[in-house]
Design a binder for this molecule. Structure first.
Ligand SMILES: Nc1ncnc2c1ncn2[C@@H]1O[C@H](COP(=O)(O)OP(=O)(O)OP(=O)(O)O)[C@@H](O)[C@H]1O
Length: 269
């Protein structure tokens, strides 16, 4: 069994957020004062009630939305370069696949956009499909796949550029419980083998405790971080962990913190 895989405190973070805030043009303050270091091989969940700014924080890290205040820094990026495009992949709640294109071509897309031919991309696309267990489905159209399989394609597409950071916005929220558990387990295996970092948005205390080594608890009105909880439990995590008393204790602690978030109270850990 492995010990928890946490970045060493001496290592430079992959991404560093300092006092990050976002106010939209209509005046909504969607996030304020968020500071966070995302380390190498971290699995961080953003957990909180609807409207607390989880998706906004993810989009700010991805550079899809511009920050209004504070700073987001990639300390390991070469000077003069904010971040390499290949440093992150994004998985949305909906798989957002092109319905007219086969699975292979959907996964090839990010490489195609950066100028890699279909032939040159083939080995990498095949590898990405293998990672998510879909090698045999390269030649089918998305409509022929189940919801869980479509999400696997979406994950393969996000990983095909070998990003160091994978951002996931409630990726499994629309899936049934069994599919969700299977995808949780498969995501953990891929993350452990390939050692990238993940920031994962979820509403589920159970999912965040099962997956993450760090949980960032957020509150709404105003949207902000109120707590960070470490889940110092070894990986791999499987059914034994999911049914353990320690898992239950972590879930209770995280629920209490979230309860504080819902009532605007900070809980001391
Ligand atoms: N483009 C936008 N323009 C104006 N307000 C926005 C925009 N996007 C988000 N907001 C507002 O910012 C706040 C935070 O939204 P965000 O989507 O980040 O929350 P969330 O925690 O991800 O919520 P949910 O869990 O419901 O997805 C909300 O009040 C939302 O209405």
């Amino acid at each position: 069994m492995e010990t928890p895989t946490h970045p060493s405190s001496a290592a430079q973070p992959l991404v560093s957020l300092r006092n990050v805030g976002k106010r939209f043009a209509n005046g909504t303050l969607a996030l304020q004062g968020m500071s966070l270091d995302i380390g190498e091989h971290d699995f961080i969940s953003f957990l909180g009630p609807s409207g607390c700014g989880k998706s906004t924080a993810l989009r700010l890290i991805a550079g899809l939305t511009r920050i209004s205040s504070g700073d987001i820094h990639w300390p390991q990026a070469q000077s003069g370069q904010a971040r390499g495009d290949r440093d992150l992949g994004f998985v949305f709640q909906e798989p957002t696949l092109m319905p007219w294109a086969k699975v292979f071509d959907n996964v090839w897309l990010p490489l195609k956009l950066s100028g890699t031919s279909r032939d040159a991309a083939a080995p990498v696309v095949e590898q990405a499909l293998e990672m998510v267990g879909l090698s045999r489905f390269a030649d089918v159209y998305p409509r022929e796949l189940s919801g869980g399989m479509k999400m696997r394609v979406s994950i393969a597409r996000a990983l095909v550029t070998r990003p160091r950071l994978l951002l996931m916005d409630e990726p499994f929220a629309a899936l049934d419980e069994m599919t969700r558990i299977k995808l949780n387990n498969d995501l953990l295996s891929i993350w452990r083998e390939h050692r990238f970092s993940i920031v994962f948005v979820t509403h589920s205390v159970y999912e965040s405790v099962y997956l993450s080594n760090r949980i960032v608890v957020m509150a709404a009105r105003p949207s902000r971080v109120i707590d960070e909880i470490r889940i110092d439990e070894p990986y791999p995590r499987g059914e034994a962990f999911r049914t353990s008393s320690r898992y239950n204790e972590h879930c209770t602690a995280v629920s209490q913190s979230l309860h504080g978030a819902l009532h605007g109270l900070d809980i001391d850990h």
